[in-house]
Design a protein around this ligand. Structure first.
Ligand code: CS2
Length: 489
């Protein structure tokens, strides 16, 4: 039996189901990037909103490239399972907020059309860091990005997220339809402002008037989104089938913790997010930086060094007390670079992160987090390094994480086996690594010279020295011994 509307009452009564009449829900949100993260985070909040509030905020999800999610969810009425995993056990819930899905590559014009529908008042995004076609270091649109070049010449049938947003806003403007709010839910620094800059820069390449209209009438609230969502495996699918008594082709796995902090700045209304536990604030930036520099930075440090040390998951890596201490140190050292609103308890936040990372029920692979490092390093590690250097504070811990990334993207592990490096700059980085050879003195400066990632910081002698020292140890002793000797447990 397959999960679907008609079978909802056949599953065990302990499983929570949509507490509202789905047939009365209408779409109010188009979401770009229909991955597991969206389905375990924003869509669950919207599911709560639909139960508590109006029927007008259902979600139409768009996958920009792959048809896989649509193919899995369409035959089950876009219902799916959220499996919340803790050491004590798993709770299952069926989420109903997703009403329909579109594969952008198949029918780009149809997606633009949907986004231009006056009923759509929010377009939210989780397209990962690289999906914004920008230079992470500067936050500007990369106007030579192949998708941007394509979209500027084919605005009726775009490919990229900024292309779809600009095409749909242009259409709304032409039809005198008020714009939607653009709600970025990716881990970019100042994500709303950054996406606003990217979108208005993109629009300006088509028309100055359009760009001005967007700048004047659309809003791009910043958001801090947080929930750990490992990739779903076939073993997860089997476990969910046992719990439900029926198959779900694409359930999503997550942890109990969830947090969404949003700037309350919506151009065309919003659901009652506060009723669903969202924190609405006037300035998200401090929370975003806190999350990027504490959670995501230490996650990346554990991912690169943990992978090199032979650990498959974050929880496995955390079992080694030296690696757990390394994560704690990255957090402590980043914390002093933050200015938080009064009442923020950073020590409690750090402690909760360490507990979340150690959750043995989540199999979050180091390899998954290691992806796209070139797009992640600036906001996770480099900003904190810059701030610490400005205060003459030591940077050895952060430099070790950066060196771990360098060692990882050479694409050859400590046993000489190939690493499947997924990164838009993978080929460029591998070529630099080949040219430099396995020598810290050559490799570190070559990587630090990649302007798109490091910018002017790459020329900073104190960073260069610290990264060379760390990379030398990684080559000489391996990641495990380096962490075990450099970081006391
Ligand atoms: C992770 C994040 O994959 C990664 O890079 O650091 O996806 C992380 O799990 C989330 O941001 C947690 O909210």
């Amino acid at each position: 039996m397959r999960l679907g509307h008609a079978n909802l009452d056949q599953m065990p009564s302990s499983i929570r189901r949509p507490a509202y009449d789905r047939s009365r829900v209408t779409p109010g949100i188009v979401h770009l990037g229909l991955g597991a993260f969206h389905r375990a985070h924003q869509a669950v909040v919207i599911d709560d909103c639909l139960a508590a509030d109006s029927n007008a905020w259902g979600i139409v999800g768009a996958s920009l490239r792959s048809p896989d999610t649509r193919d899995a969810l369409a035959p089950q009425d876009h219902l799916y399972t959220l499996a919340v995993r803790a050491a004590e056990g798993t709770e299952h819930r069926i989420v109903g907020a997703l009403l329909d899905s579109v594969v952008a590559r198949e029918k780009p014009a149809a997606l633009v059309e949907r986004m231009a529908d006056p009923a759509i008042r929010i377009v939210s995004t989780t397209v990962t860091e690289k999906g914004y076609c920008h230079t992470p270091q500067s936050g500007d649109l990369d106007d030579r990005h192949p998708d941007v070049v394509h979209d500027l010449n084919n605005i009726e049938a775009p490919r990229s997220a900024p292309g779809f947003i600009v095409a749909a806003l242009a259409r709304r403007r032409a039809l005198s339809i008020a714009p939607f709010t653009v709600l970025c839910c990716d881990n970019l620094a100042a994500n709303g402002h950054t996406v606003q800059r990217i979108v208005t820069q993109f629009a300006a390449l088509r028309s100055k008037e359009l760009s001005k209209w967007i700048a004047d009438s659309t809003t791009f609230p910043c958001t801090m989104v947080d929930r750990i969502v490992p990739e779903t495996t076939n073993a997860d699918r089997d476990a969910v089938a046992v719990a439900l008594g029926m198959r779900d082709a694409w359930p999503v796995m997550t942890e109990p913790f969830t947090q969404w902090v949003v700037e309350d700045h919506f151009a065309a209304g919003r659901p009652d997010l506060a009723a669903a536990g969202v924190e609405l604030v006037s300035d998200v930036k401090p929370f975003e930086l806190m999350k990027l520099r504490l959670l995501n930075a230490s996650h990346s440090a554990l991912a690169y060094l943990g992978y090199l040390a032979g650990y498959e998951t974050i929880a496995d890596t955390m079992q080694n007390s030296h690696f757990a201490r390394l994560a704690a140190q990255v957090m402590e050292q980043a914390a002093v670079t933050l200015t938080m609103p009064a009442g923020t308890d950073l020590a409690a936040y750090r402690a909760s992160l360490l507990k979340r990372f150690a959750n043995p029920a989540l199999r979050h692979r180091t390899w998954q987090i290691a992806m796209d490092g070139s797009q992640k390093l600036p906001q996770r590690l480099l900003g904190a390094i810059q701030d610490r250097l400005a205060r003459n504070l030591p940077i050895a811990t952060h430099a070790l994480a950066v060196a771990g990334w360098m060692r990882y993207v050479t694409a050859s592990d400590e046993q000489g086996r190939a690493i499947d490096v997924r990164d838009p700059l993978a080929a460029e980085l591998a070529a630099l690594a080949r040219e430099a050879g396995p020598m810290a003195e050559r490799l570190a400066p070559a990587f630090l010279g990649v302007e798109k990632i490091f910018g002017p910081l790459g020329a900073e002698p104190r960073l260069r020295e610290a990264v060379i020292a760390a990379l030398r140890r990684l080559y000489a002793e391996g990641a495990r011994r380096t962490v075990e000797t450099q970081v006391s447990a």
